[in-house]
Design a protein around this ligand. Structure first.
Ligand SMILES: Nc1nc2c(ncn2[C@@H]2O[C@H](COP(=O)(O)OP(=O)(O)OP(=O)(O)O)[C@@H](O)[C@H]2O)c(=O)[nH]1
Ligand SMILES: [Mg+2]
Length: 252
């Protein structure tokens, strides 16, 4: 069984990519299921096969503990780890080849509180990988690219699984696509682009960050995709196959 955690900033396309990958694998005769791990989500662009909302009820938490909207969301996220046995049973019953895990919109609550990383590390699957979504629309400058790379690295440090970056909304950023792919694959072209930034201090800081990320081999591959047209999905699924199969070697 392969488990793929789909993470990324709010609105980056996690839920749509989850549903598209489930469809992609099903079309290729693989038994794939969608697991929604966001207890607070109201609308999803797919029907989850397994749903944390069956086990965590935000409205009930609010009433029972007299919490406000933010307090109940934090409590709900903290409870994710306690529902691991139920979710594991649901997965076992379906016995899929692929589990696509749609993670909460508020990435900081999922990745930085202990519940999310506990869940990722303790749920059973032969192979695990994490996709970090870079919202193509947010990667509009070299400095923004560096700040999202830093966030991706930070998620990698928290979740500690094999990880790749996926650039979403390819269909909306065709003008800048070539630059972004170059920045990711070659630190020297990113350094060159950062040299042209107006703000000297931010440029210097960004270069230091990139030197450290590349120097420690913490940079991930970047696969541009469109969740609307499915452009890039052949490359994405090939890369996923590769990192899932070598997951044991990459995990640390
Ligand atoms: N043009 C374009 N729009 C996209 C793409 N991926 C997602 N979107 C749109 O971006 C919006 C957010 O997509 P979601 O899949 O809900 O994003 P999310 O990361 O799950 O959002 P949260 O769970 O709220 O953080 C929706 O309107 C999607 O239709 C893409 O590749 N191209
Ligand atoms: Mg979502």
């Amino acid at each position: 069984m392969n488990m793929i955690f789909i993470t990324g900033t709010a609105g980056s396309g996690k839920s749509l990519l989850t549903s598209r990958l489930v469809g992609w694998y099903q079309d290729r005769e693989n038994n794939s299921v969608a697991l929604n791990l966001d207890p607070a989500v109201e609308n999803l662009p797919y029907t989850p096969d397994i749903d944390i909302r069956n086990y965590i009820d935000i409205d009930e938490l609010q009433k029972r503990y007299g919490l406000g909207p933010n307090g109940s969301i934090i409590m709900a996220y903290d409870l994710i780890a306690t529902k691991l046995p139920e979710i594991q049973d649901d997965i076992s019953e379906l016995n899929p080849d692929y589990v696509l895990v749609d993670t909460p919109g508020q990435i900081e609550l999922f990745a930085y509180r202990s519940s999310g990383s506990y869940f990722v590390n303790n749920i059973y699957s032969e192979n695990k990988a994490t996709i970090f979504l870079m919202d193509g629309v947010l990667v509009s400058s070299p400095i923004n690219f560096v700040s999202l790379s830093l966030l991706s690295t930070s998620i990698n440090l928290r979740l500690k699984t094999a990880q790749i970056n996926v650039l979403t909304k390819k269909d909306l950023i065709l003008n800048n696509l070539e630059n972004i792919v170059k920045w990711n694959s070659s630190s020297s072209s990113l350094m060159e682009a950062l040299d042209k930034e107006n703000n000297f201090e931010f440029s210097l800081l960004s270069k230091d960050i990139i030197r450290n990320i590349f120097g420690n081999s913490l940079n991930s591959e970047l696969i541009p995709v469109s969740n609307l047209t499915l452009n890039g999905f052949i490359e994405l699924s090939a890369t996923l196959t590769r990192i899932l199969n070598q997951g044991e070697e990459i995990q640390y």
